[in-house]
Design a protein around this ligand. Structure first.
Ligand code: ATP
Ligand code: MG
Length: 283
């Protein structure tokens, strides 16, 4: 069967998480900073390390079969690719931001103003949708310093915590798009058995990330109260303890509900609660 190619970012914000995801999928490969291509020794796959800007086109044109890249880059390059899986990392927003001097207070105030961005395609569509006519100044980096230099009246840039905006005297003004890393493929290739196999591995890793394995002790008389709080993969596993009146309960809890569930479990008498990460969940 033909060896697949997956394109990931060579260095930058998505590199580490992309490599970690592939390693967690059981793929074995060298990750030397100098290599542009790395064969996987235990799966018919090669990893291409690229600038993120090039990834969507490589996948669209079939040079790579798969890619991991931010949705912002996909939208900016206007490619036609299949979204195979949202990956939940690299989360950020493309935001408008303005100097904190009160000149711009509402979206319409951007009419006739200059906006600096590295995302002219996305910004142009956003402005058109909102019936704003502004002068888009495309710059490739350090967009946040352009109002201070007098190059623009506002910016449109990627923000995760907002710290960079703040330290440049800018305030967020509106969301243009939300983004996260996504696994993309070529349209029409979704049924390729190797892609299906890889997708199953990716999904089992993501599922495991969203959950924790929990073991706790409870008096048998409180078991029903515990069961009603838990809805694990199936019903929880209940194991008798040496002390007759007690049992150990094994279950899986969604990461997002974790703290609220733990306090509810304690409230109905759970003791000795042990929480463990899960590596994979195969359904
Ligand atoms: P490359 O050298 O590969 O072109 P880059 O400088 O264009 O890298 P990075 O800054 O490494 O890109 O960001 C890669 C992606 O990470 C972005 O396209 C975006 O999807 C995501 N990301 C998450 N948080 C942020 C953030 N705070 N700022 C910028 N990008 C972010
Ligand atoms: Mg880039």
């Amino acid at each position: 069967m033909k060896t697949l190619k997956i394109a990931i970012q060579k260095s930058g914000r998505l590199n580490e998480k992309s490599v970690e995801l592939l390693k967690n999928c059981g793929l074995s490969f060298d990750n030397y900073k100098s290599s542009l291509i790395s064969p996987v020794s235990n799966f018919p796959l090669e990893i291409l390390f690229l600038r993120d800007d090039d990834i969507p086109e490589y996948v669209q044109d079939g040079i790579a079969d798969l890619g991991i890249v931010g949705e912002n880059v996909i939208n900016e390059t206007e490619v036609d690719v299949a979204y195979l899986q949202m990956l939940g990392f690299g989360k950020c927003s493309l935001k408008l931001a303005i100097p904190n001097n009160g000149v711009i207070t509402k979206l319409e105030d951007l009419n006739g103003k200059a906006i600096a961005t590295s995302y002219p395609v996305i910004l142009e569509k956003f402005l058109a949708d909102n019936k704003i006519t502004a002068d888009i100044r495309t710059i490739s980096g350090s967009v946040e310093i352009s109002p201070g230099l007098g190059l623009s009246d506002a910016i449109c840039d990627l923000v995760s915590t907002g710290g960079t905006l703040k330290s440049n005297g800018l305030i967020p003004f509106g969301d243009v798009m939300h983004s996260q890393a996504v696994l993309i493929g070529r349209k029409g290739e979704e049924e390729n058995p190797l892609i299906v196999e890889l997708m199953q591995r990716v999904q089992s890793v993501l599922r495991a990330k969203e959950t924790k394995y929990v073991v706790l002790n409870i008096e048998r008389k409180n078991l029903e109260a515990i069961k009603s709080l838990l809805n694990g993969i199936k019903s929880p596993t209940v194991v008798p303890l040496a002390d007759e009146g007690w049992v150990a309960v094994h279950t899986v809890i969604a990461e997002k509900d974790f703290w609220s569930k733990i306090s509810q479990l304690k409230a109905v008498g759970a003791q000795g609660i042990v929480v463990m990460p899960i590596e994979k969940i195969i359904l």
